[in-house]
Design a protein around this ligand. Structure first.
Ligand SMILES: [Zn+2]
Length: 423
């Protein structure tokens, strides 16, 4: 049999509510009190789960497409199921009261890392329930941290920071799991119009968005996030321990390759340094890394914007920074911080003592979500690359947190970056 073919050989384009009788595993997303994982119910999104399937979309975020390629090419069987033996989390996260507080978490499955433990007997029975969160350990080796040690800003303690300058961390990967009524509420749109837009703007990729109003959970084909925790993860929801946190949105060009047009990597490594020092002082540090490349517009759009910025009359000026993005992308920013606080709630956090970010959008999203923020920690001026001052000054003028007065219009038009011919 061609591995791409369904066992029955025919393709069901879509399904309709009630066409297969009562659902065995309903999802009660807001099951409150002590309902636990059983009360909420397992999220079953595997496409070969038949009538047990109670979610739209597929596991793995954007990687679901690669799985399709693997099956299409015959490299993988469509009926393959993961062996979850020995894959359990290296530490406990939750359950926290926030997990069942209505509307607090709508874009990830709070029980996603506990699947093997909470639904073990169902998995043994053959029900294909998969984790959407995994928790492991790592060592980070960063030249900036070695420099911080050499400069005397950080010390080697042998437990969190080691002799060679590497840092012990716990890291958590999270795939997106959206509860559509809650996502619609965050964006202040109707669930119907959200479902319709998701259906239409993906070229009709998920017909169940419009044919199955009884299915409220959607696993979107987008990137998720990674968390890096310095110190004991059990301290995260403990308000007697100081927490330093940076929420960082992916910027491959700077984060990985050191491109100097923005402050992303310097701010990220500054955040790692601050978070690590907090852990060394008996508190805990947290880095949230969101896969939202180029303000969630993607690198192609981002590079087009760079060219448009550098080639405009008068050169790359802070005064026209946002305008140039909007001309190309149609929007200044598509990161939509409305969903970002979910992960903070998931970790049981109610207060961030030191927030290593200047973004007013991130700050406002967290405080509106009920998270208290103590000190806001800006990036030190000497860490901002020269060409990145265009972005930094434009953002300060647009409401970014800055201890000084924001730049004036005259100052903005004087902040000009490198020309294309000088790279
Ligand atoms: Zn960047």
């Amino acid at each position: 049999m061609n591995p791409a073919e369904a066992p029955t050989g025919h393709i069901r384009l879509t399904s309709h509510p009630g066409s297969r009788g009562p659902v065995r595993f309903p999802i009660d997303w807001n099951a409150g009190g002590n309902a636990g994982a059983d009360g909420r119910g397992p999220v079953i999104a595997t496409v070969n789960s038949g009538s047990h399937r109670n979610a739209i979309g597929a596991h793995g975020g954007s990687y679901s497409i690669y799985r399709a390629l693997a099956i299409s090419s015959g490299a993988m069987s469509a009926s393959s199921k993961p062996d979850l033996h020995d894959t359990s989390p290296v530490c406990e996260i939750g359950p926290h009261p926030q997990w069942s507080e209505a509307g607090k978490i709508v874009s990830l499955d709070p029980w996603g890392h506990r699947v093997a433990q909470d639904f073990g007997s169902l998995i043994e029975e053959g029900i294909d329930i998969r984790p959407s969160i995994a928790i492991t350990k790592a060592r980070l080796t960063l030249p900036e941290i070695r420099e911080a040690i050499a400069a005397g800003r950080m010390a080697v303690d042998g437990e969190i920071v080691h002799e060679a300058g590497d840092i012990s961390v716990t890291k958590i990967a999270i795939d997106p799991v959206w509860w559509l009524p809650g996502v619609a509420e965050r964006f202040e749109v109707s669930e119907n119009s959200l479902r319709r837009c998701l259906f239409e703007q993906t070229g009709g990729m998920y017909p169940e968005l419009v044919t199955r109003p009884d299915l409220s959970v959607f696993l979107p084909p987008i990137g998720g996030m990674t968390l890096y925790i310095m110190g004991d993860p059990a301290y995260l929801g403990d308000t007697s321990r100081m927490l330093t946190c940076r929420v960082h949105d992916e910027c491959n060009g700077s984060d990985v390759f050191g491109s100097d047009i923005c402050t992303c990597r310097p701010y990220l490594t500054h955040g790692i340094e601050e978070a690590t020092r907090q852990a060394q002082a008996g508190g805990v540090g947290l880095i949230v890394y969101n896969r939202k490349e180029g303000r969630a517009l993607g690198e192609v759009t981002k590079f087009l914007v760079y060219n448009a910025r550098k080639r405009q009359p008068g050169g790359d000026q802070a005064s026209t920074y946002f305008e140039r993005t909007e001309c190309v992308a149609g929007v200044q920013d598509a990161r939509f911080q409305q969903l970002m606080p979910d992960v903070i709630h998931w970790l049981g956090i109610r207060r961030i003592d030191r927030f290593v970010s200047m973004s007013n959008m991130k700050h406002d999203a967290l405080t509106e979500g009920g998270i208290e923020i103590g000190e806001r920690v800006p990036i030190p001026d000497d860490m901002v690359p020269a060409d990145a001052s265009v972005e930094m000054e434009a953002k300060k003028a647009a409401g970014y947190f800055t201890p000084e007065a924001p730049p004036t219009a005259a100052e903005l038009s004087k902040t000009v970056g490198r020309e294309l011919g000088k790279f």
